[in-house]
Design a protein around this ligand. Structure first.
Ligand code: NAD
Length: 382
């Protein structure tokens, strides 16, 4: 299959291959859609087996971002970038700067952000080359690490899921298994424990499991058993592709709701979950808290943390709408969410508040705002 074949199949607008001889940077930027606004999505840094795998990953992730922004009601399109290879610390800096220059060359059609393998410090570095980057540190006028907001959104989604499953939104006493206790999973554990859920955790990194157990009293599980652990809600918060035919057959949960992008291994797995009696909150619906927060950096007037926290609450109402439409239409939640996103994109329907294009003059530090109305874990963030 040629690159054009792949783009036509996925409906992608543009793919930019970036090579910088001096730093050794090899990166691919994929813009899936700019119908609703500039394409926003993170940059993933990974040692891919080869460039075919990198291309497949970036195309899939970019498309997911279009759907995530559309269903979250944001005036943003979908894009993503991958940096191939795992460079040394010195090469890393020069490659990220070179990457920033490529992003700048896209003139705001693509806005980059943090993703697996990149950090807030990396975004600050990229900021030296382009204003088209979000998730930079608060001192640079940004909103910082989006992960706690993603976790908050997942918790809101779980509340709506609980309402749909058990008739009330409380998670008190519910058993939740969190697989992957990194930046999002770790914050999610804290949030769930704060509202009285029973939490079990698994991670390939034993230090992360120890930390969740010591800080929050979470129960450790072996990674190989975690997905099949009997529980109310399974929360995949590591990498994608975890829900395939074999895993779905072993699931012992009532529902799945987590942050990992592209949790379904293939197009039939949403139907497989429904047939197995597992209620699934589509990943791009549950994990929108981070992008909702980041979009606040592009709003006229700049980022306001209280406003961002309030807006992340929309993840709960979107989840409720997706589940209600699925039930009413006799379709899976994946189909319901896809239809909602596609209807918005087809209509080219923007919300009222326009997204401001960032400029290089937005580097003024912003004042700290005390968070309100969130879980205890968000206090003290940044
Ligand atoms: P992270 O790298 O901080 O955490 C991932 C964790 O998963 C790590 O602790 C890692 O050790 C663990 N892990 C990796 N493979 C595993 C496996 N096979 N089994 C169990 N644990 C495993 O990443 P993150 O920022 O917390 O993101 C987690 C997921 O959520 C990713 O899929 C990411 O794309 C998605 N996501 C993140 C955000 C965000 O704001 N950070 C937003 C939307 C979606």
């Amino acid at each position: 299959m040629t690159v054009f074949d792949s783009m036509e199949e996925g409906g992608h607008e543009q793919v930019a291959w970036c090579h910088d001889e001096r730093s050794g940077l090899r990166a691919i930027v994929a813009l899936h859609s700019t119908t609703l606004g500039p394409a926003l999505g993170g940059v993933r840094m990974r040692a891919y087996a080869d460039e075919r795998h990198a291309l497949a990953d970036v195309l899939r992730l970019a498309r997911g971002m279009t759907y995530k922004a559309a269903v979250a009601g944001l005036d943003l399109g979908g894009g993503k970038a991958v940096i191939l290879d795992q460079p040394s610390p010195t090469d890393r800096r020069s490659r990220l700067r070179a990457y920033g220059r490529f992003v700048h060359g896209l003139a705001g059609r693509y806005i980059t952000a943090e993703d697996v393998g990149t950090t807030q410090a990396d975004m600050d570095l990229i900021r030296q080359e382009t204003p088209h980057v979000t998730g930079v540190s608060v001192a640079l006028g940004g909103s910082g690490d989006p992960s706690p907001f993603t976790a908050l959104g997942v918790a809101h989604a779980m509340g709506s899921l609980a309402q749909a499953c058990w008739g009330h939104s409380s998670l008190e006493g519910r058993h939740v298994v969190v697989v992957g206790v990194g930046k999002v999973g770790g914050a999610l554990v804290a949030e769930l424990v704060a509202v009285g859920a029973r939490v079990s955790v698994a991670d390939v990194d034993p230090a992360k499991v120890r930390s969740a157990a010591e800080l929050h009293g979470a129960r450790p599980l072996p990674v190989e058993d975690a997905l099949a652990e009997p529980c109310d809600i399974l929360a995949p918060c590591a990498l994608g592709g975890v829900l395939d035919e074999r895993v779905i057959a072993r699931l012992a949960c009532l529902a799945v709701c987590g942050s990992a992008n592209n949790q379904l291994a293939g197009p039939n797995d949403g139907r497989r979950l429904a047939d197995a009696g597992v209620l699934y909150v589509p990943d791009y619906v549950a994990s929108a808290g981070g992008i909702i927060n980041i979009a606040g950096e592009l709003a006229p007037g700049g980022y306001d943390r209280d406003r961002a926290v309030a807006r992340v609450g929309a993840v709960g109402s979107t989840t409720a709408e997706v589940l209600a439409r699925a039930r009413a239409g006799g379709i899976t939640p994946v189909e319901a969410a896809d239809r909602m996103a596609e209807a918005r994109i087809a209509g080219g329907h923007r919300a009222e508040e326009p997204v401001a294009r960032p400029t290089l003059s937005t580097t003024e530090p912003v004042a700290e705002v005390a968070p309100t109305g969130t879980g205890a874990w968000l206090r003290g963030w940044n």
